[in-house]
Design a protein around this ligand. Structure first.
Ligand SMILES: Nc1nc2c(c(=O)[nH]1)N[C@H]1C(S)=C(S)[C@@H](COP(=O)(O)OP(=O)(O)OC[C@H]3O[C@@H](n4cnc5c(=O)[nH]c(N)nc54)[C@H](O)[C@@H]3O)O[C@H]1N2
Ligand SMILES: Nc1nc2c(c(=O)[nH]1)N[C@H]1C(S)=C(S)[C@@H](COP(=O)(O)OP(=O)(O)OC[C@H]3O[C@@H](n4cnc5c(=O)[nH]c(N)nc54)[C@H](O)[C@@H]3O)O[C@H]1N2
Ligand code: SF4
Ligand SMILES: [Mo]
Length: 690
């Protein structure tokens, strides 16, 4: 075959860096591509992403086990798909439709996310569908929706970051989690801009900051209320903006009154002087941006915490003002689109609510079914997983695009629930820890082997084009869904050609908050992506939202005041140290993919525990020795890394490994009452030398 180059995007995070794939003699090589988000940059994960496309670690045949305690052995596609369809039919007949469940992922293309939602509601007629985005940005999404009436991660394009006078980054380690993003920060700081980073660790991101607020884990809500207190006390509120564009300020002012700086210093560990310095950087800025990420959001009070940061931004007049605003840095490759098209328990395509009668009618028409046949809302991700095998829970589960055995909180409890299922089927390119537990494993194509759209952190819809066919024996996720829908006798169109699925998605999303109806593959390719909402082919797309008004009934943004409260599990004598968890540059999520890439594995071969020297000496721990991190849920083992960069009352573990080293054996599944986000970012532990 002649050599050729395809322009595409990285398989991993929500920056979705543009890259080129060059094919010569059947081998794919990654190259740079000038794209407006990453401007040629890629991180180490992106550069090495082609490794998994080659034969080796990946699956090339369906696997099946006859008995739960038997081995997984190769099977034909027909036998595997017949078994899956048969098990789904059996549990539905025995226990009702909701006993057939689906668990999706925010890394799946829009086409797949849309089809998974349709598959659950039309082919299985089940309410039991949710996805891993619930573990990701659901708190920010809920807070943005209640403040602005709509949720798009960044409601403005990335260049606005570079032009902001001041940026407040709460709980993001972007220098490791989306390295080319720091190009925008460098430009901002090069132009004299200030960067405030809120993080219990002095991360590579915090090291770049003008001001690092090294906060006690789980106290961002008090900090945000405290910053608002100072803004009000110093008369720095934007009164004209508050009067013209917002509602609810009086209540927010009343709440903030109780967060005087000395009290906030006691709760958060951030000094009064640093609080005042942060306010002065924000209030003196001509343009300012407030951003949150998982550090502030993955808490049992994540929604209220994000609301408190939004309140601060509103008081300063930022959202909907050109060059300023509030945004959430989404995480997974399609963290944005994955939450818009119906794989969420309470949602229909176009970011519609499943309980909305007009939405049900619209979508039912597109699907060719009776609206009454679309089930109601189902359980959220952790609740879905935690009820598997229970009398009213799912008995058969399809997992597509998530490695829940490693990435769910209280992982041991979830492993027990997975084992209690009658039947588990996992679609994955590799034998992940979750796939290894399945009764049937279906080997599927990867990013570069199939075409599909992704929506990046800016709400820009992108196109990944197929660069090479999948290896023999491997199907696409869409082909799998289509084959199962056929076997289950589902109504409607199940042609798995991605562009056809996208055409239907456009119709289904039309008129909804996330309206894709004006977006086509051609437009995406010729315009370097199209920003939603884009309600007609002639519409230019919407890079900046809220300039004329918010998506609330009265067009005003709403303040949502909330009181600070402690983490669901605070420190005590038996568990005297905070554990927080997060990411490393070289590994992605549960590590199912990146632990299989030699360069990345060699750079970060094993899990570790970051410990401050004072805590290490109090616990008699030496650098490099193994330590057991113990909570009420269980223990995880890692190697001690002594570092001054972390608070002395806190240890940090990355969550990229399974087995005895899995941080999620320890984490607390306490959920936010609104978003159902688990408290990944703080729980109480003790350290035991081994
Ligand atoms: N290399 C790499 N990049 C990734 C991913 C990956 O797995 N690996 N995953 C992608 C995905 S899905 C996501 S969601 C994003 C996540 O991107 P980030 O949110 O940047 O990542 P995290 O490491 O989870 O958390 C960020 C920081 O929060 C801090 N933190 C912990 N507790 C608190 C707290 O109570 N308050 C505050 N303010 N900060 C706290 C941690 O110390 C950490 O440095 O990254 C995306 N990019
Ligand atoms: N302790 C702790 N736990 C956390 C977090 C934390 O900060 N701390 N963060 C949470 C967050 S933000 C997230 S997003 C989750 C992520 O955690 P997971 O949901 O487990 O995400 P991944 O590891 O990306 O799993 C994706 C799986 O799908 C496979 N895959 C990749 N592409 C495709 C595809 O196109 N089709 C199919 N069928 N499969 C594919 C991969 O091989 C992998 O097995 O983890 C959460 N868990
Ligand atoms: S920053 Fe994210 S999208 Fe860009 S190369 Fe790295 S993993 Fe891929
Ligand atoms: Mo995420």
């Amino acid at each position: 075959m002649p050599a050729r180059t395809v322009l595409t995007h990285c398989p991993y995070c929500s920056l979705q860096c543009g890259m080129s794939l060059h094919e010569a003699d059947g081998v794919l090589r990654i190259g740079t591509r000038e794209f407006p988000t990453n401007r040629g940059g890629l991180c180490q994960k992106g550069w090495t992403a082609a490794h998994l496309l080659a034969p080796g670690e990946r699956l090339t045949s369906p696997l099946m086990r006859e008995r739960r305690d038997g081995p997984l052995t190769p099977a034909s596609w027909d036998a595997a798909l017949d078994r899956v369809a048969g098990e789904f039919r059996r549990v539905r007949a025995a226990y009702g439709p909701d006993s057939a469940g689906v668990f999706g992922g925010g890394g799946l293309t829009n086409e797949k996310a849309y089809w998974l939602g349709k598959f659950a509601r039309v082919a299985l007629r089940s309410a039991s569908i949710d996805y891993n985005g619930r573990f990701c940005m659901s708190s920010a999404a809920a807070a943005a929706t209640r403040a602005f009436g709509i949720d798009r991660g960044l409601p403005f394009p990335l260049p606005d970051i570079a032009s902001a006078d001041t940026i407040l980054l709460a709980g993001s380690n972007a220098a490791e989690t989306m390295p080319p993003f720091t190009g925008w920060l460098a430009e901002q700081q090069g132009g004299g801009g200030a960067l405030i980073v809120v993080d219990p660790r002095r991360t590579p991101t915090a090291r770049r900051a003008t001001l690092h607020l090294q906060i006690t884990p789980g106290t961002d809500l008090a900090l945000a209320n405290g910053l608002l207190h100072i803004v009000i006390a110093e008369g720095r509120t934007d009164e004209a903006y508050i009067a013209a564009r917002t509602s609810g300020f009086v209540a927010a002012r009343r709440t903030a009154a109780a967060y005087w700086p000395e009290r906030v210093e006691r709760i958060t560990g951030v000094t009064v002087a640093d609080q005042r310095a942060a306010v002065s950087l924000l209030a003196n800025a001509r343009t300012a941006v407030v951003l949150t990420a998982r550090g502030a959001e993955q808490h049992s009070k994540g929604v209220d915490t994000v609301s408190a940061f939004i309140n601060l931004a509103l008081a300063l007049g930022l959202p909907g003002t050109p060059g300023s605003g509030y945004g959430c840095l989404t995480g997974q490759g399609n963290g944005q689109g994955g939450r818009e098209h119906g794989q969420k328990a309470d949602q229909l395509p176009g970011y519609r609510r499943i309980e909305d009668l007009a939405a049900r009618e619209h979508v039912a028409r597109v699907w060719g079914v009776d609206p009454a046949h679309i089930p109601g809302p189902g359980r959220s991700a952790f609740e879905l997983l935690d009820s598997l095998g229970e009398p009213d829970g799912a008995r058969a589960l399809l997992v597509m695009g998530s490695n829940v055995a490693v990435s769910s909180p209280a992982a041991r409890r979830i492993a027990r629930r997975l084992a209690a299922l009658d039947f588990l089927v996992v679609c994955d390119p590799v034998l992940s820890e979750t796939a290894a537990l399945a009764d049937v494993v279906l080997p599927v194509a990867q990013w570069a082997e199939e075409t599909g759209t992704m929506t990046n952190l800016e709400g820009r819809v992108l196109l990944r084009r197929r660069a090479a066919p999948p290896p023999p024996g491997v199907w696409t996720d869409l082909e799998v869904i289509s084959a199962l829908a056929g076997r289950l006798g589902a109504a409607g169109d199940w042609d798995p050609a991605p562009e056809r699925v996208f055409a239907e998605l456009r119709l289904a999303s039309a008129g909804g908050p996330a309206d894709y109806s004006g977006i086509s593959y051609e437009r995406i390719a010729s315009e370097d992506g199209v920003f939603w909402p884009c309600p007609s082919p002639g519409h230019p797309g919407t890079p900046r939202m809220f300039l004329d008004g918010f998506a609330t009934p009265d067009g005003r943004a709403r303040f949502y005041p909330a009181e600070h409260r402690p983490a669901a599990e605070d420190l005590d004598a038996a568990y005297p140290v905070y554990l927080t968890t997060g990411r490393l540059l070289q590994h992605y999520q549960s590590g199912a993919q990146t632990r299989r890439v030699p360069d990345l594995r060699e750079a970060q071969p094993e899990p570790f525990v970051e410990v401050h020297p004072d805590l290490a000496s109090a616990c008699s721990l030496e650098d490099g020795e193994l330590v057991r991190v113990v909570s009420r849920r269980g223990a995880a083992i890692g190697r001690v890394r002594i570092t001054e960069s972390i608070r002395a009352d806190t240890v940090f573990m990355p969550f990229h490994w399974g087995g005895a080293a899995s941080a999620n054996l320890v984490t607390n599944p306490a959920l936010d009452p609104v978003s159902k986000m688990p408290e990944f970012k703080v729980c109480a532990v003790r350290l035991e030398a081994m």
